[in-house]
Write a protein of this length. Structure first.
Lengths: 106, 118
């Protein structure tokens, strides 16, 4: 079974700080990764897609993909209380990692 | 943007009865749809992948005779929980990939169905 591992949570950061979320995967064939955010009781919503090695920035979010290390991360700059949610990473086969619960404290 | 509509959002049923959940892609054709189950404080667990016009592919440990999936058209997939029991109570979420997109494209999620079996 191809696996996705996420850094164990929960993760708590103060408002305005940088939150760092990490994910490693076992399938070397994965060509893309997706970060989703899930608020409690809701379904996931897509935050970022990343398809190539390196960084991809979208507003306060930066995704990094390192295919050689089989590692993908998500940085959230200037974290806000509204960013408090569970963050899930997924490869194209859509078998999600366990998720990392992030709490941003005012 | 691509919209996936899931219905009902909540359902309560008695033990032993069956429940059908519908998942529709409203503005795109969904060649592939994915069904997930999520228990409280746990991650999404992929139950099955369905392709339009063919049998669903179930994940290991998911009973295909209990969770019937039908993907008869490019815009509709259904999940029927047969002979439901209290342990089937969970949050069921469908998602779809645009038929015009590639394997490396993200999914669009429905809003989920919270099933409670009494």
């Amino acid at each position: 079974q191809k696996e996705v591992e996420q850094n164990s949570g929960p993760l708590s950061v103060p408002e305005g700080a940088i939150a760092s979320l990490n994910c490693t995967y076992s399938d070397r064939g994965s060509q893309s990764f997706f970060w989703y955010r899930q608020y409690s009781g809701k379904s996931p919503e897509l935050i970022m897609s990343i398809y190539s090695n390196g960084d991809k920035e979208d507003g306060r979010f930066t995704a990094q993909l390192n295919k050689a290390s089989q590692y993908v991360s998500l940085l959230i700059r200037d974290s806000q209380p509204s960013d408090s949610a569970t963050y899930l990473c997924a490869p194209p086969d859509m078998r999600f990692g366990a998720g990392t619960r992030l709490t941003v404290k005012p | 943007g691509a919209v996936v509509s899931q219905h009902p959002s909540r359902v309560i049923c008695k033990s032993g009865t069956s429940v059908k959940i519908e998942c529709r892609s409203l503005d795109f054709q969904a060649t592939t749809m994915f069904w997930y189950r999520q228990f409280p404080k746990q991650s999404l667990m992929l139950m099955a992948t369905s392709n339009e016009g063919s049998k669903a592919t179930y994940e290991q440990g998911v009973e295909k005779d209990k969770f019937l999936i039908n993907h008869a058209s490019l815009t509709l997939s259904t999940l029927t929980v047969t002979s439901a029991h209290p342990e089937d109570s969970s949050f069921y979420i469908c998602s779809a990939r645009d038929g015009g997109s590639t394997y490396n494209s993200p999914l669009h999620f429905g809003n989920g169905t919270r099933l409670t079996v009494t």
